[in-house]
Design a binder for this molecule. Structure first.
Ligand SMILES: Cc1cc2nc3c(=O)[nH]c(=O)nc-3n(C[C@H](O)[C@H](O)[C@H](O)COP(=O)(O)OP(=O)(O)OC[C@H]3O[C@@H](n4cnc5c(N)ncnc54)[C@H](O)[C@@H]3O)c2cc1C
Length: 442
């Protein structure tokens, strides 16, 4: 569950709902659909269009689909990068009606219906599905961009893992203590911050304590900084308190009501004047729409998301759809749906249904989000899960539910098996096996 900036723009336009007219393919026997982004939203849109009669082109700046809910496990040496990524081409292998283009989208011409890319020919479309996800928002806090580690991509996770392990190697190699070298500050008490904090405490307390027998590993600190008076915004009070209790049991220092003033090269400064000296600061606090949103006409919310109609199309542009983290979708009572994987998955599937209906000249239903609940793990055998019907799971049961859900939604049979084996190995041996510093010496 991610925190949303409150929506500054109106949401819930339904002007496009009545549109059933198929968009005429221009000079081609089959309509062309371009899907931007092969994340949760785009992938499900493209999969839903297989066999629809349309020529589908999926364009992504990376050649893989990333499973971001497990990204923190790569950053904390629990999993390898390949375990949570799946090559896009292999997902569509043997599907002649889907073309994959490995390129970054750089422009969108809505009048000419053309998408500009940084390599190869521009992509013409009859229907466009925009699902490029989100980017980090630093809320203009000084130093975040310069000094904090982000956690949005596989490269971010590997970079962070390298850095934390390097800090331990440096501390081991020099006799005099460097203040803050073994301190990690996590900014943001949402699910990513909480999950990272629990996993880091376990990595340090078990594996690194054994790996570095000559180091005072008990000097290492994991500090979680949150501006509000609770962790896990959007969860129930009971889950928030459970997360706080478990993290403190694991030795994580949780600072609540501690807004950040600045990130510096040597740590963080809090708004109340307190400073925490740290060689590693991780920013998990803010999310905004992908910058491609700025290329679209019309309103935007404060977090940059694009308001869409009831069928998820852009107001006044029935052939253009926005799904996932970049869309501002009315979740009822004027509240936007959160930036969650399920919202993107269901949005992508819905848009595929709408395009199929349009191609058949039939009316398409409005998008309805089915809430499957929210969950966050706090470490080994500790998680909070809140499911529909007021079902709350905690401790080992919550953790098992978390494991099953993440395995089910992970793309690729190989990835599921590898992750399951890794988790079983980690559970039995306490060994977070991916403690590898990957250095590019080219
Ligand atoms: C660390 C982390 C942990 C998370 N944990 C959870 C969780 O536990 N539960 C949950 O429900 N949600 C979680 N989320 C949120 C969830 O991952 C997002 O809501 C979801 O990924 C949104 O789907 P999307 O399709 O909009 O974007 P994404 O899945 O991010 O996909 C966007 C795709 O677009 C591509 N792209 C971006 N820009 C361009 C461009 N210019 N040109 C071409 N391609 C481009 C990207 O490479 C990417 O493949 C987490 C997110 C992060 C970062």
């Amino acid at each position: 569950m991610r925190a949303l900036c409150s929506a500054g723009a109106g949401i819930g336009h339904d002007s496009a709902m009545a549109t059933t007219e198929p968009i005429a393919p221009r000079g081609r026997p089959r309509p062309r659909v371009v899907v931007v982004g092969a994340g949760f939203g785009g992938l499900n849109a493209a999969l839903g269009l297989i066999g629809s009669g349309a020529e589908v082109t999926v364009v992504d700046r990376d050649n893989y689909h990333g499973f971001w809910p497990l990204l923190y496990q790569v950053a904390t040496a629990g999993l390898a990068p390949e375990d949570i990524a799946h090559p896009i081409r292999s997902i569509f292998a043997g599907r002649p009606d889907v073309t994959v283009r490995h390129a970054a989208v750089t422009g969108i011409d809505l009048e000419r219906r053309v998408v500009a890319v940084d390599r190869g020919d521009p992509l013409e479309y009859d229907y466009l599905v925009l699902a490029p996800g989100s980017a980090t928002a630093d809320f203009d806090i000084p130093g975040v961009a310069e000094h904090a580690f982000a956690l949005k991509t596989l490269a971010d996770a590997v970079h962070l893992r390298n850095h934390v392990l390097e800090c331990f190697e440096r501390a081991d190699a020099q006799p005099e203590k460097v203040p803050g070298l073994l301190t990690v500050v996590l900014v943001g008490g949402g699910p990513t911050g909480v999950e990272m904090a629990g996993a880091l405490a376990e990595l340090i307390g078990t594996n690194l304590a054994l790996d570095f027998p000559h180091l005072e590993v008990s000097d290492a600190r994991v500090v979680l900084v949150e501006a509000l008076d609770h962790l896990l915004g959007g969860f129930s009070r009971a889950s928030q308190e459970e997360a706080l209790r478990v993290l403190r049991t694991k030795g994580v220092e949780v600072l609540l009501e501690a807004p950040l003033a600045e990130v510096r090269a040597d740590g963080v400064l809090l708004a109340d004047g307190r400073a925490v000296v740290a060689s590693t600061v991780v920013w998990t606090a803010g999310v905004r729409a992908n910058p491609l949103a700025e290329l679209l006409p019309g309103d935007r919310a404060r977090n940059g998301t694009v308001p869409v109609g009831a069928d998820l199309s852009l107001p006044g542009r029935p052939e253009v759809f926005v799904v996932g983290d970049m869309a501002l979708v009315d979740g009822g009572e004027g509240r936007p749906l959160p930036q969650l994987a399920q919202v993107a998955i269901q949005g992508g599937r819905h848009v595929a249904r709408v395009i199929r209906s349009r191609l058949a000249g039939a009316p398409a239903p409005a998008f309805r989000y089915h809430n499957h609940g929210i969950m966050a793990t706090i470490g080994r055998r500790a998680a909070v899960a809140e499911l529909p019907g007021r079902i709350a799971l905690r401790g080992t049961v919550g953790w098992l539910a978390w494991l099953v859900v993440h395995l089910v939604f992970l793309i690729g049979f190989r990835n599921r098996v590898v992750v399951l084996v890794n988790w079983a190995w980690n559970y039995i041996t306490w060994d977070r096996a991916s403690r590898v510093i990957m250095v590019d010496r080219q």
